[in-house]
Write a protein that binds this ligand. Structure first.
Ligand code: GLU
Length: 493
């Protein structure tokens, strides 16, 4: 059996878009499923728009996502000889011809055709030039483009699309398209095919937005005498208003880097992206890497456009709530030692890492991140909402401050008193701290919630969190007492 060879060929003109990441992911899945190869090819022929920064960003993004490739990165510009040779081969074999029509002539014909409500396609004027006529024009120094000679016969060019079935387009519907510009530069349409032939690509998995090219590219494969690869065109991703998601309308949430910066887990993003345009045929939504490789098939890529449900979610920024839910799932259920490595990076970046978290405080560290992760949405929460566990320098949120502290001026004396009692406990366990807190509330004739919420606000700065008694134990006696006894500043404005 021939080896499955797929490619991810981004044009390096911007950051890695989540649409691009989805394309890379599906190709990666297909390669891994078939023990095949994924080739990374940077399509940098558009020199004006390609940047080094973009190339680095794409490579960085793929690496972060864990989508490893087997060959490359190849750079399209390094293969311009191949592209030229292919154009020459097409000329020599009579599949292409030089066209000397000027832009003005073409424009005039186009306008006339439009006015007469006729076909606006190139009329084939230069298709039948004799070698003699061509030589004359060249000797006159007239510039020419190279056009592909689309068969002038009844019938269709067809290809099998694994997602959409047989796709046909009548020859009569395709004009003699340009493959090399008058400045000698081959067009993308040709370069892409030549590279795929050289790289022995067996499957082309890409967005439906490329379908306008596919029929013409199939003609090129045939004319170059190469087997046509299998195509699988993926649906587009739209927002709820059915607009294509783009940086212009949706901002940075379309870039992979955004999710990295926001503290998403790379596999959670992959898991979300695969569901944008593919489904397993069951209700399963969470897939480990191995499960997804096993379950993935080209046939189950959807035919219809997928929706990126762009909303303000509970992680407090706009994105698809399903992505946040998937991220929460992994964050809250992953192996704690694996999570510890990720939290370590976050703490290091904030200057909050303590070597002891891998030494004598390791048990504490693992238990604490396990306790607090249950309400967290992203890795960033460990250094924001969870900052009070690792530093005395944390923010008291305005809402709990108002509701749980300022509304109860008596807490100014109650909380330090409670702190003292907690400090005197023989054993600082969940049961004991709970008992003392409830006893004190009973003595004061108030609801325990007033003390508990007050403590939560002072000790963590947050409105909500895990069981407060577990929080007290996690913070430890010394910190709890110190923080509860230093609350005067909260009442000053
Ligand atoms: N360079 C093209 C792009 O970034 C890829 C086209 C293809 O997959 O054939 O859209």
């Amino acid at each position: 059996m021939t080896e499955v060879r797929v490619r991810f060929p981004p044009s390096p003109t911007g950051y890695l878009h989540i649409g691009g990441a989805r394309t890379a992911l599906l190709n990666w899945l297909w390669a891994r499923k078939n023990n095949g190869k994924l080739i990374l090819r940077i399509e940098d022929t558009d020199a004006d728009r390609s940047t080094e920064e973009s190339i680095a960003g794409i490579i960085d993004g793929l690496t972060w996502l864990g989508l490893d490739w087997d060959e490359g990165p190849y750079f399209q510009t390094e293969f311009s000889d191949d592209h030229q040779q292919a154009a020459q081969k097409l000329l020599d074999s009579g599949h292409a011809y030089k066209c000397f029509c000027t832009r003005e002539e073409l424009e005039k014909k186009r306008e006339a055709a439009l006015a007469a409500k006729e076909d606006v396609r190139y009329d084939g004027t230069c298709r039948h030039l004799t070698p003699e006529q061509i030589r004359e024009k060249e000797e006159m120094g007239l510039p020419s483009v190279i056009r592909f000679k689309v068969p002038q016969k009844e019938g269709v060019v067809s290809y099998e699309d694994k997602v959409l079935g047989t796709i046909e387009r009548a020859y009569s519907d395709i004009e003699d398209f340009v493959i090399v510009r008058s400045n000698g530069k081959p067009l993308y349409l040709l370069c892409n095919v030549v590279d795929d032939i050289r790289d022995r690509i067996t499957h082309i998995i890409r967005g439906q937005d490329h379908m306008t090219n596919t029929s013409r590219q199939v003609l090129l494969y045939q004319a170059l005498g190469a087997p046509t690869p299998v195509f699988a065109h993926m649906p587009l991703t739209l927002d709820l208003q059915k607009k294509k998601i783009s940086k212009r309308s949706h901002g940075e949430i379309v870039s992979v880097q955004f999710y990295r910066e926001k503290g998403f887990l790379p596999w959670a993003l992959c898991n979300f992206l695969v569901l944008l345009g593919w489904n397993p045929g069951t209700d399963q939504e969470i897939f480990s890497r191995e499960e997804l490789i096993e379950a993935f098939t080209l046939e189950r890529i959807s035919k219809v456009n997928s929706v990126f449900n762009y909303q303000k979610g509970n992680a407090k920024f706009f994105t698809d709530p399903k992505l946040i839910a998937i991220n929460e799932h992994y964050l809250r259920s992953m192996e704690i030692t694996e999570l510890a490595q990720l939290v370590k990076k976050e703490l290091e970046a904030e200057g909050l890492w303590d070597e002891a978290y891998e030494g004598e405080k390791q048990d504490w560290f693992l238990a604490t991140i396990d306790l607090i992760r249950d309400r967290f949405h992203t890795l960033k929460d460990f250094t924001t909402a969870g900052r009070a566990y690792f530093s005395d320098d944390y923010e008291i949120m305005a809402k709990p401050l108002k509701k749980n502290i300022l509304k109860h001026p008596e807490l100014k004396t109650w909380l330090p008193q409670l702190g003292q009692r907690l400090g005197e406990l023989e054993s600082f366990t969940e049961e004991e701290v709970e008992r003392v807190s409830r006893e004190m509330a009973a003595e004061l004739g108030i609801k325990p919630g007033i003390l508990i919420n007050g403590m939560r606000t002072v000790l963590t700065g947050q409105l909500a969190g895990p069981s407060m008694f577990a929080v007290l134990v996690a913070l430890g006696r010394e910190t709890v007492v110190r923080r509860l006894q230093n609350i005067d500043h909260l009442y000053q404005d």
